[in-house]
Design a protein around this ligand. Structure first.
Ligand code: NAD
Length: 332
């Protein structure tokens, strides 16, 4: 059995080598992404492991199948950049990694909230200027707050456990009610109820057609004054213009954003200096001491990266051996 892995970064390489050694299976790692220039590298392999934001086009998938490779294992969750028609007509088997470390995302989310509540960005700046005074930067305590979790999937539940550990009251909204959480009585019936009660809103829903710009002018208007907003989920959930207005008015006390609606092509790029970042709205947010922007790094931990690589390789091995895999994605 031989597997080719595309787009392998330096930080992924050791986990790939470890798996290959433990399994006794040859894995060829290439740094390039899967595209028309690199698709022929897959000739002679039984499966391909991939991860990229650029599209897996029909032309590339047709050629990959012509090269004899129809077992395709993604190292991430999302499959929206995979051409579904080409998958179906070529009989591809596709797997993803639905959860690589929910705790990684939850831990960054709460870390950033604590930084906001304790005003650490302000104290870091003051101290760098030799100013060791306290006032006026008095903090808030999480244990006194109600946290509203939007979506109680794997990450929402991992975040919930941490908030509860801090002693916060947790309420939640989800279109699907988790039976265990239902027993604890944490669900509210509508987003409006969550907006009315929450001091902190922690977003953990996927982006769908229904929830595009879930947080818009109307939603912010329904929230408590001085609410804190956390988005480690998807940029499309927040209307950035509405957030900027709500920050300007003080309706929103502060925000921690690991995602941004126009992040593709900007996050994980080095523009060498702040002014060169080609997005004025993003810079507007980044300049604020009460807004913490991180470039989609919540997943970027050793545990999560190891799991993305090794779970994808396990899936690919299963496909090659049995024609089926636990994490197979349906394109019907
Ligand atoms: P999950 O599939 O376990 O849970 C998603 C939950 O969202 C489900 O309970 C579902 O019922 C609920 N949901 C769907 N639409 C909803 C809506 N309109 N309103 C309320 N609830 C809704 O997913 P997960 O593993 O917890 O991941 C959640 C999201 O986190 C992902 O979809 C992704 O967008 C994001 N994410 C971000 C990073 C990062 O690095 N920042 C990494 C992984 C995932």
């Amino acid at each position: 059995m031989k597997i080719i892995a595309y787009g392998i970064r330096d930080d992924e390489q050791p986990y790939l080598e470890q798996w290959s050694k433990e399994q006794g299976i040859e894995v060829k790692a290439v740094a390039e992404l899967l595209d028309e220039q690199t698709v022929d590298l897959a000739k002679g392999y039984d499966g391909a492991v991939v991860y990229q934001q650029k599209p897996y086009t029909a032309a590339v998938l047709d050629q990959l199948a012509a090269n004899g490779v129809t077992n395709l294992s993604l190292r991430n969750v999302g499959v929206d950049n995979v051409n579904a028609d080409a998958v179906k007509r070529n009989g591809f088997k596709v797997t993803n990694v639905p959860a690589y470390s929910p705790a990684a995302i939850a831990e960054l989310t709460v870390t950033q909230l604590m930084r906001l509540l304790r005003r650490t960005p302000t104290f870091d700046r003051k101290q760098a200027q030799g100013d060791l005074t306290w006032a006026p930067d008095i903090a808030d305590e999480l244990n006194q707050m109600t946290v509203g979790i939007v979506a109680t999937g794997r990450i929402g539940r991992a975040a919930m456990r941490i908030y509860q550990g801090f002693g916060a009251k947790v309420i939640a909204y989800d279109v699907f009610h988790n039976p265990e959480l239902e027993k604890q009585g944490i669900y509210v019936d509508t987003l409006d109820e969550l907006y009315a009660q929450a001091d902190v809103i922690s977003l953990h829903a996927p982006a769908t057609k229904d929830n595009d710009h879930m947080l818009d002018d109307a939603a912010f208007a329904k929230m408590k004054d001085g609410v804190w907003i956390l988005n480690p989920a998807r940029g499309a959930l927040i209307d950035t213009d509405a957030l900027i207005l709500a920050l300007d008015s003080g309706k929103v006390a502060g925000a921690a954003l690991d995602v941004y609606e126009d992040e593709v092509g900007i996050f994980n790029a080095d523009f060498k200096n702040f002014d060169a970042i080609p997005d004025e709205r993003l810079k507007n947010l980044m300049k604020r001491e009460n807004v913490l922007v991180t470039p989609h790094i919540a997943f970027y931990t050793k545990t999560a990266v190891k799991n993305m690589v090794q779970f994808a390789l396990n899936n690919n091995k299963q496909l090659i051996e049995t024609g089926r895999a636990e994490n197979e994605v349906s394109f019907d």
